[in-house]
Design a protein around this ligand. Sequence first.
Ligand code: PMP
Length: 321
Amino acid sequence: MSVTRNVLEMIGNTPMTAFSKLDTGVCQLFGKLELMNPGGSIKDRIALYMIEAAEQAGHIKPGDTLVEATAGNTGLGLALVAAQKGYKMLIVMPDKMSMEKEYNLRAMGAEVIRTRSDVMKGHPEYYQDVAARLAREKNFFFINQFANPANVKAHFETTGPEIWEQMEGKIDAIVLGVGSGGTLSGVGKYLKEKNPNIDIVLADPKGSILDLYHRTGEFKEAGSWIVEGIGEDFIPSICNMELVTKSYEIPDDEAVKVIRELLRVEGIMGGSSTGTLLAAALRYCREQTAPKRVVTFVCDTGTRYVSKIYNDTWCQEKGLI
Ligand code: PMP
């Protein structure tokens, strides 16, 4: 391992591990450990790309205020990059997201505004609409991961190639979630270009609209779910759902049980969305009759959910365990 010059150079190049103790049927399951990024999630990659793209386009200069709508992880990545580069950071985050994320963001010098989780896109209190309005009214720069091509580019240029190299090209399926769709559109496109037979498997929380849309092309009204960062009530403009070849709808209790099992048996503490991904990956693996090499993500660190999915009392109150 070489010495890095600064924290930003530590973004990406995350380890890949085999999950050998989980029951994966005839398949081998691997996890790309995005929790090892310095900001603790896969979103550090896009934070760096989106800020540097805005700099290169001449949209921002140090001292400016950036604003973003986020489930928290994009915010944490942006707060890290913004602090290093001298930008002020305003985060708009729905109230269902964990307090750990808010404390972490504030500790990094970001300002945090909470908005309602129970309203849909188009409502004035919806987090993305609030962020867009603040940007307009106060002349802040709106990062907007949901429509920002640098989000997809980060995954096409870094996450995808890393997975291909770490698996030495021997990969049959990738299981991922969609929040902004950046991971799907970047990694999915890269892997499909390398090998069109690779299955791109969507793990969608029950209540989200994406699983039904993939299977039928129909839209339903979104419900609610407790996992943070994935599942949608609309299809973001950067999200290429055409890449998905199979999808699973995962209830919260299944996601929570499996993420707690991952910590006990494999010693890796992932966040709630990783539970959804892992549950879908295990379902996919157990359905196969021929051996396959399947990759999924540990999207973020579980330490930002200790008051929730790793808290027995909270889980029991919510009927999750
Ligand atoms: N997992 C977590 C924990 C996240 O915060 C996010 C992003 N909101 C994702 C997965 C989804 O990734 P993407 O935005 O690339 O679809």
